[in-house]
Ligand binder design. Structure first.
Ligand code: HEM
Ligand code: HEM
Length: 182
């Protein structure tokens, strides 16, 4: 049994960003799939534009979150936690960070390739950082594979992550959710 983590709460900003991104990811996955499935071109484009807007917001929040994390670190991990479990937890966390950054980057590559509007919520436009070679679709296809694969991997890792959090909270009873991230 590990010790309860009563004063090991993440900082307010880290907790807020964790839950905002956690709520946004399922919506984002839904919008991506819905856009792909929608047969009507205009309806599909509306969905993918919402996907773009939300994706840019997630990207900005993740950058903020990682900067905060690098600057402030995390609360101490529970004493008595086996090395292998610590390693798995930290690896899953970093993979989630990496994938949630890979998704907007690969999405951006497809977006520029599609010559889609770069406007973000009427606030301004993202720059087009490259010009796709005329008649060449390889880069776009590669970005699509990376994007789709990363999205599935995020879904799988989030399932593992949530399973582990619930196991800690209700089986191990070390209050991982209620006294660390809530
Ligand atoms: C899309 C959904 C989610 C994502 C992407 C996500 C991502 C993350 C990441 C990256 C961390 C590590 C924070 C750090 O050390 O810098 C974390 C911590 C944590 N998350 Fe999530 N999370 C999600 C949903 C959830 C849910 C639904 C729960 C609860 C049921 C949860 C419970 C926790 C807990 C307890 C921690 C602290 C773990 C620890 O420090 O050992 N997360 N989450
Ligand atoms: C931030 C997290 C993101 C997640 C979780 C995500 C997830 C997804 C998913 C699940 C799909 C459907 C793939 C399939 O059906 O096989 C998709 C498609 C797509 N996403 Fe994302 N995405 C994200 C960010 C972005 C961003 C920021 C952009 C644009 C800059 C973007 C552009 C696209 C495009 C263009 C498609 C293809 C849609 C189509 O062909 O109709 N995504 N995304």
């Amino acid at each position: 049994m590990t010790t309860p983590r009563t004063d090991h709460r993440y900082a307010l900003l880290a907790r807020a960003l964790h839950w905002i991104v956690a709520a946004a990811i399922p919506v984002q996955v839904y919008l991506g799939h819905a856009a792909e499935r929608e047969a009507d071109r205009d309806a599909s484009f509306r969905l993918i534009q919402q996907h773009y807007q939300l994706g840019v917001a997630i990207f900005a929040l993740m950058l903020l979150r990682i900067l905060w994390r690098v600057g402030h670190g995390t609360p101490p991990r529970p004493r008595g936690e086996p090395r292998w479990r610590r390693l798995v937890a930290v690896t899953v966390h970093w993979l989630l960070y990496a994938l949630i950054l890979t998704l907007p980057v690969s999405g951006y590559v497809m977006w520029v390739w599609m010559d889609a509007p770069m406007d973000v919520a009427g606030l301004g436009e993202l720059p087009r950082l490259f010009t796709p070679p005329a008649g060449e679709e390889t880069g776009r296809a590669l970005a699509w594979y990376i994007h789709t694969f990363s999205a599935w991997l995020v879904v799988a890792l989030v399932a593992v992550h949530v399973g582990a959090a619930l196991w800690h909270q209700f089986v191990q009873r070390d209050h991982a959710i209620t006294s660390r991230i809530l």
